[in-house]
Write a protein that binds this ligand. Structure first.
Ligand code: PLP
Length: 359
């Protein structure tokens, strides 16, 4: 298997892929693939409901939240959130920490009066704003932020207290990488393709009272309540993706749950950040130390010519996906849940050896 550091879609647990391979053609004695079965039949419904209950259990999701499996990616959520939860003329505060926050903000402008609470753009999105910078209006419909900035490699390590105002968080690139207190959020959403499974499923965890107050004059498929009332089976769901998501959750459980996953993620990121920090400036991190992401490690080889060589050689050595996002350049190692420690250690060894050869 390749050492896969891709930003998304990204590595899946090998055990899950092997199990899916074994079950692909004849699913548990049914003589059919899971992809060939009705989403209204008992076999798929069990898989669907089990995936929801596993997610509730692992993430300790309180009963007053709906867990929805939608389509359209996190990108459709950028529109669905204001379409459902922002009334005409109403304000919502957006905290800007990178390109994904910018995209979410752009969509909200089509529905209400979003405003920017704080931005770190002037610092090339190297850091997360401090809590003192986060001043919002008590009338806001919600506050939106991106918990992990996949492109810039920054992450919120604690969240602002927004009191009565619902905090809505795009957790696409760090959902279920560690335990969090779900009750602090109005809504959490994430495309599945980084920590939870293949692309095609979008997870939405939303407090039920927000749905009761939501706008009603919107298309049926874009209403959260449609999916909540139909257990996410209003139309044909991405059945194979939901099956895989359930298996990934099972794998997380077998690994010891989110505490164990978080510890593993810390160890993986540390071995690479330590390599950067101990390189005497040969490598330099993009994010400020306090804002560093444990999921996406962004860095440069200080010498631009050597950086090109690094990216060529690292690829030849069997490492995949280390080019930085096209909008920022440089290098990025994405170390999501399914990336093993061994891959991170191998990358660290490669970086040390590359530096030795070129200094
Ligand atoms: N938000 C974040 C933080 C992301 O990293 C991504 C994708 O990389 C998206 C949103 C967009 O997700 P999707 O491609 O599922 O629409």
């Amino acid at each position: 298997r390749a050492y896969n550091f891709s930003a998304g879609p990204s590595a899946l647990p090998l055990e899950v892929l092997e199990k899916a391979q074994k079950e692909l053609v004849n699913f548990r004695g049914t003589g059919m693939s899971i992809m060939e079965m009705s989403h209204r039949g008992a076999t798929f419904e069990n898989i669907h409901n089990e995936a929801i209950s596993r997610m509730r259990k692992l993430f300790s999701i309180p009963d007053q939240y709906e867990v929805l499996f939608l389509q359209g990616g996190a990108s459709l959520q950028f529109s669905m959130i204001p379409m459902n939860l922002l009334k005409e003329g109403q304000q919502a505060g957006y905290i800007m920490t990178g390109s994904w926050s910018e995209k979410a903000f752009k969509e909200a402008k089509l529905f209400g009066e979003p405003y920017q609470i704080a931005t770190t753009k002037e610092n090339k999105y190297r850091n997360i704003p401090t809590f003192e910078d986060i001043q919002f209006n008590s009338e806001d419909a919600y506050i939106h932020l991106t918990s992990n900035n996949t492109i810039y490699g920054t992450q919120w390590h604690s969240f602002p207290d927004t009191g009565e105002i619902p905090l809505i968080v795009d957790m696409s690139s760090d959902i279920m990488s560690k335990p969090i207190d779900v009750s602090k959020f109005g809504m959490i959403y994430a495309g599945a393709q980084k920590n939870l499974g293949p692309s095609g499923v979008t997870v939405v965890i939303v407090r039920k009272d927000l749905l009761e107050k939501a706008n009603t004059e919107i298309p049926t498929m874009l209403k959260y309540s449609t999916h909540a009332e139909n257990n996410s089976l209003y139309n044909t769901p991405p059945t194979f993706g939901i099956y895989m998501l359930g298996e990934v959750l099972n794998w997380i459980e077998e690994k010891g749950g989110l505490e164990a996953i978080a510890k593993h993620n810390e160890e993986k990121a540390k071995v690479i950040y330590d390599t950067i920090d101990n390189s005497n400036g040969f490598y330099v991190g993009h994010a400020t130390t306090e804002s560093r992401s444990l999921m996406n490690i962004t860095f440069r080889v200080t010498d631009e010519e050597l950086e090109k060589q690094f990216l060529t050689e690292v690829k030849e050595a069997g490492f995949v996906g280390l080019n930085g996002h096209r909008s920022v350049g440089g290098c990025r190692a994405s170390t999501y849940n399914a990336v093993p420690f061994e891959a991170c250690k191998a990358l660290s060894d490669f970086m040390i050896e590359f530096q030795r050869k070129h200094s």
